[in-house]
Design a binder for this molecule. Structure first.
Ligand code: GDP
Length: 171
């Protein structure tokens, strides 16, 4: 048959939002870390699952690495933005990072799909995905197809629904 083209998915969000846990879920068994070390500093994780190549980047507290992210922006076909829906104190920080990301010259004119995970939906004080999209100002995001899914990366709830949407957009 025809070989599927490989697509690059950039997984971003603040530290501790659940990026590593999410991508670990899609890793083939031989690559799964049994212990996930919280991402600190400029940490890039890369692996391929079927037709998708995932690259995860931490966006918080590392302004000095920002210029290095550009190469990942250049080659990305889709974005997964992970939000910790229980981290009310940092919604505004996550929104700032999202705005910076979407305004980046490498991304602002590209009609690439953006999947949001309102992650940690199991946490006692988490907000709904609707509230999440409101707090992130997603109603103003009009030039890119986007979708938000509540997820629990610990159990995998919501993850496949989200990635299926993204995969559909990338066909
Ligand atoms: P990263 O820094 O964005 O890569 O975040 P991690 O994947 O390292 O997750 C940070 C912490 O949140 C870890 O202790 C995870 O076990 C935990 N975590 C991740 N996803 C969830 C979730 O959906 N629910 C809950 N309750 N905890 C989660």
């Amino acid at each position: 048959g025809v070989k599927k083209k490989e697509v690059n998915v950039l997984v971003v969000g603040l530290d501790n939002s659940g990026k590593s846990t999410i991508i670990n879920h899609f890793k083939p068994p031989e690559l799964k870390n049994h212990e996930i070390v919280p991402t600190v500093g400029f940490n890039v994780e890369k692996f391929k699952s079927k037709a998708l190549a995932f690259t995860a980047l931490d966006m918080s507290g590392q302004g000095r690495y920002r210029n290095l992210w550009e190469q990942y922006y250049k080659e990305c076909d889709g974005i997964i933005f992970v939000i910790d829906s229980s981290d009310k104190l940092r919604f505004v920080v996550a929104k700032d990072e999202l705005d910076l990301l979407l305004q980046h010259p490498e991304l602002k004119d590209k009609r690439i799909p953006v999947l949001f995970f309102a992650n940690k939906m199991d946490a006692r004080d988490s907000v709904s995905s609707v509230k999440c999209s409101y707090l992130m100002g997603l109603e103003t995001l009009r030039d890119k197809p986007w979708h938000i899914c509540a997820s629990n990366a610990l159990t995998g709830d919501g993850l496949h629904e989200g990635v299926d949407w993204l995969t559909d957009q990338l066909k």
